[in-house]
Structures are given as structure tokens and as C-alpha cells.
Design a protein around this ligand. Structure first.
Ligand code: CTP
Ligand code: CA
Length: 226
């Protein structure tokens, strides 16, 4: 059962959470995106709020209503996400990147709707900035947490990402588990550290994954600020 007033162990801390997909427009009516529902990030933001943190939620387009009691910033593209997260992160103690950031955007988005042409077409894409890696380069005393979905060699790939991006840990999941990951209410994740150390958590509600994530992030924060 949930306590009426949960433990306020994040009181005085500022938490930034990114959530949902990004949209990379090719022309005014078409975009590249992904099926991220935003549920995981919203769960982290709400759990942090309930534990007393001051929370900024930076969200891509999702169908979830803005949570009460925290500040929600709406963004579309990865470049907009970057601006909003880097701005909010300046004052933050914990930054949790659950957003499913598109790796590429159109190299030359068209201002006009592109008409159909006969035969094949190709689209030139250009890489988006890696926001978590940028945060990692100017980390300060902040705790940085990422998410990764992998289809194979998950622990090794997630550890390499945590190392490369200077994240404190990454929560790894797989797209294949029913009821979890994209759109589901549950998640089954493995916590992976940069050194490859890892622990698999059981299948839990996204809210419960969020609670454990925050407890671990707070532990890292306390270690860094004794
Ligand atoms: N991420 C980010 N900016 C990007 C891409 C990813 O901040 N341009 C963050 C995600 O929010 C996530 C973490 O980095 O927390 C890992 O995302 P993932 O897509 O697994 O990492 P990539 O480096 O893009 O690797 P991959 O080639 O596997 O897509
Ligand atoms: Ca990616």
C-alpha cells in the first residue's frame, strides 16, 4: 500500500526528466519518429515529485496529460529537446534521459510538402547531437541516468554507452517482452554500470522501476556529495 505522504527523500533536489519520442520533420506534413509512449519518463517525473523533488519534465509528443505539481516543457525535435534539457540541467542534481531521441534528422527538411514522384526516392539524414553525451561532458556534480533498448549483447552495449556518455548507469531493456517497454505499463530492466557491473530487476510496474531508479540515483548523489 502507498503511504499517504511518501518519504520526502528527494526534498531539496532538482530533477530533470526527458520523456517520449522526438519528431524529425521531412516536410511540413511528414516526420520520422518512434513508438515511445512517454510512460516511463512520466513515471520517473511523478515519483520524483512525490518524493519531494523539484521536477522539470521535458516531453516529446505523447498522449499523456501534463502531470500536476511539476513543470512540463513540450518539445518536438531532438534539437528542441537538446535546448530544453541543457537549459534545465544547469540547475539540476539528477538528470534522467528516458526520451527516445531520433538518431537522425533530415539533412534538408523541405518547407513545402514534397509531392510523390515516380520510382524510388532517398532521403539524406544527418546525425542529431547526443544529448546524454553532452551532459556527460559537462557533468559537474550531477547524476546522469540513461535508458537503452537493445536486441542483442545488451549488457556489453549498455555498459559501453554508459562509459562513452559518462552516465552513472543505464537501465537496459529489450523490445521483445510482452507488456513491457514501448507502450506497456510494466518494464523489465537491467541496471548496467559503466564498468559492466549489472543487476537484473524483476518485471515491475513502470512506477516501481522509477522508484528504484531514483533510489539508486540518490545513492550515487549522496556518494558524490558526502
Ligand atoms: N540519447 C541522447 N541523445 C541522442 C541519442 C540518445 O541523449 N541523440 C540518450 C537516450 O535518451 C538514452 C541513451 O542516450 O538515455 C541511450 O540511447 P540509445 O539510443 O540506446 O544510444 P545511442 O548512442 O543512440 O546508440 P544506438 O546506436 O544503439 O542507437
Ligand atoms: Ca539511438
Amino acid at each position: 500500500t502507498r503511504l499517504l505522504r511518501p518519504l520526502q527523500d528527494l526534498a531539496g533536489l532538482r530533477v530533470v526528466v526527458s520523456a517520449g519520442p522526438t519528431r524529425e520533420y521531412l516536410d511540413p506534413v511528414r516526420f520520422i519518429s518512434n513508438p515511445s509512449s512517454g510512460k516511463m519518463g512520466f513515471a520517473v517525473a511523478e515519483a520524483a515529485r512525490d518524493r519531494g523533488a523539484q521536477v522539470t519534465l521535458v516531453s516529446g509528443p505523447v498522449t499523456l496529460p501534463d502531470p500536476h505539481g511539476l513543470s512540463t516543457v513540450h518539445i518536438g525535435s531532438a534539437l528542441e529537446l537538446r535546448d530544453a534539457v541543457l537549459e534545465a540541467a544547469q540547475q539540476a542534481d539528477l538528470v534522467i534521459m528516458t526520451a527516445a531521441v531520433a538518431d537522425y534528422r533530415a539533412a534538408q527538411p523541405s518547407g513545402e510538402k514534397q509531392a510523390k514522384v515516380a520510382g524510388e526516392v532517398s532521403i539524406q539524414l544527418t546525425p542529431n547531437p547526443d544529448i546524454l553525451a553532452e551532459l556527460g561532458q559537462h557533468k559537474g556534480g550531477r547524476v546522469l541516468v540513461g535508458f537503452a533498448m537493445e536486441t542483442h549483447a545488451g549488457v556489453e552495449r549498455a555498459a559501453a554507452k554508459a562509459q562513452r556518455k559518462n552516465a552513472d548507469f543505464i537501465l537496459l531493456n529489450y523490445p521483445t517482452q510482452e507488456g513491457t517497454a514501448f507502450g506497456g505499463d510494466d518494464n523489465q530492466v537491467t541496471l548496467v554500470r559503466p564498468d559492466g557491473g549489472h543487476e537484473a530487476w524483476p518485471r515491475l510496474s513502470k512506477r516501481e522501476v522509477a522508484e528504484r531508479l531514483l533510489t539508486e540515483a540518490l545513492r550515487v548523489h549522496a556518494e558524490r556529495h558526502p
